[in-house]
Ligand binder design. Structure first.
Ligand SMILES: O=C(O)Cc1cc(O)ccc1O
Ligand SMILES: [Fe+2]
Length: 439
């Protein structure tokens, strides 16, 4: 596979020309009467035209045909388990844990879009407030089709299989332990290298940002220069029956056209797809005592209009040193006014060494109690507190949302992965109340 090039930076103003067509970007203006090479100019707006300058996002694409050349959209039934119907099931406040979701067997070809399964969510893209959490389970590359969401930005977390994502802005590869964000409206097609599984957080409200760093200072957590955006790469092909698949208000639609939508020769702007390698995260943590809240591990956040409250945060639990003295080091027992959906990319998670497996998931809903299982509690309450590297090869993550999430019928029943015995991992925690103050 060829070495792909990327532009580095988060939220930057970029410009990119396919090297086969030097001079394709107009100079000094966005829409000349005739663009270089006679191309069409097309703007993609990611914020209201009038959004404040520091939030304003848009890109200009210089392309062989404008996107509007397509037949009418029609309903498409190609992704049976993609839904925004949060009323399929009775609400369920229980701690939920899923065993690894099954990837379809080789005899059954399933591509990225057909393999989208919604696990849980809340809200409605019509009022631009909410999230949907999907998993993708597929084994076949998309062929003569491209997908885009009119509902939200998609943060893609591969767990198995490397994806090659062709976008209007160029091509990027995405391996497990990397994440990508494809924002509202951006068209993309996914090729796979074998059985593939991963998680998707779709946010309806707005875009992801890097969290503020406060007293941490100007550097740390995910550093802006480690975010990578693809470079312009055009395909000039007539492709009869090419399908544009659109997720719109929770339903899928298809429109046919007779050419590749990846015909952008040059582009500029700050509304772009990007990827990030989670191993680059600069971990900040307590170095003397106590367990910090997991917000210290926030990679990206999609903020609500309430100060400091996220529609959804993307948080990771990366390999790191644990050094705190006289401290119960694993996560504390807690109840949270947020919903915590967790997945595991590789290795194991410190609070639950067993049962929570790569490719599986858990959901601890609004105010539902949770915390370390009995084995973890036992070991961490008595172990010697020497500096300890928390698993070299591990990566758990959390989608933490201020919304109260509903599980879909697929998540509850159809997937058959819900672990009915999950609650048992806390049942053997003993009563603790000693006669002595100092135990
Ligand atoms: O529940 C979890 O495992 C996630 C989590 C981790 C942590 O270190 C502190 C709080 C929290 O919710
Ligand atoms: Fe938690």
């Amino acid at each position: 596979m060829e070495e792909l090039k990327y532009l580095a930076g988060f939220g930057s103003e970029f410009q990119s020309e396919d090297p086969r067509k030097p001079g394709a970007l107009p100079e000094g203006q966005n829409n000349p009467q005739r663009c270089p090479y006679g191309l069409y100019a097309e703007q993609v707006s990611g914020t209201a035209f009038t959004a404040p300058r520091h939030e304003n996002k848009r890109s200009w694409l210089y392309r062989i045909r404008p996107s509007v050349i397509h037949k009418p959209f029609q309903k498409y039934n190609g992704a049976k388990y993609l839904t925004h119907n949060w009323d399929e099931q009775e609400p369920d406040p229980n701690q939920s844990r899923w065993l690894p979701f099954d990837i379809p067997p080789a005899e059954q070809s399933v591509d990225f879009v057909a393999g989208l399964h919604t696990v849980c969510g809340a809200g409605d893209p019509r009022s631009r407030n909410g999230i949907a959490i999907h998993v993708y389970l597929c084994n076949t590359s998309m062929d003569k089709s491209a997908f885009y969401s009119s509902d939200g930005d998609m943060l893609i977390v591969p767990q198995q299989g490397t994806l090659r994502i062709t976008t209007e802005f160029g091509i990027m590869t995405l391996a497990p332990n990397e994440i990508a964000v494809i924002q509202l409206g951006m068209r993309f097609a996914v090729a796979v290298d074998g059985p593939s599984r991963g998680y998707i957080l779709e946010v309806f409200d707005g875009h992801f940002k890097l969290p503020d760093l406060g007293p941490i200072g100007a550097n740390g957590l995910a550093n802006p220069r480690d975010f990578l955006t693809p470079v312009a790469h055009y395909v000039d092909e007539e492709i009869p029956g090419f399908k544009i698949l659109n997720k719109y208000q929770g339903s899928l639609f298809v429109a046919e056209q007779n050419h590749s939508p990846f015909d952008v020769v040059a582009w500029h702007g700050n509304y772009v797809p990007y990827k990030y390698d989670l191993s680059k995260f600069m971990v900040i943590n307590a170095v003397l005592y106590d367990h910090c809240d997991p917000s210290i591990f926030t990679v990206l956040t999609c903020q609500s209009t309430k100060p400091g409250v996220a529609i959804a945060d993307f948080v990771i639990f990366p390999p790191r040193w644990s050094v705190q003295e006289h401290t119960f080091r694993p996560p504390y027992y807690h109840r949270n006014c947020m919903s915590e959906f967790m997945g595991l990319i590789l290795g194991s998670y410190e609070a639950k060494e067993g049962g929570f497996l790569p490719g599986g998931a858990s959901l601890h809903s609004m105010m539902t109690p949770h915390g370390p299982d009995d084995k973890c509690f036992d070991a961490a309450s008595s172990g010697e507190l020497v500096p300890q590297k928390i698993a070299v090869n591990t990566q758990a993550f959390m989608f933490e949302s201020s919304l109260s999430l509903a599980i879909t019928k697929w998540g509850h029943e159809t997937c058959q992965k819900l672990d009915a015995k999950y609650y048992e991992c806390w049942q053997n925690l003993p009563k603790l109340f000693s006669e002595k103050v100092n135990v």
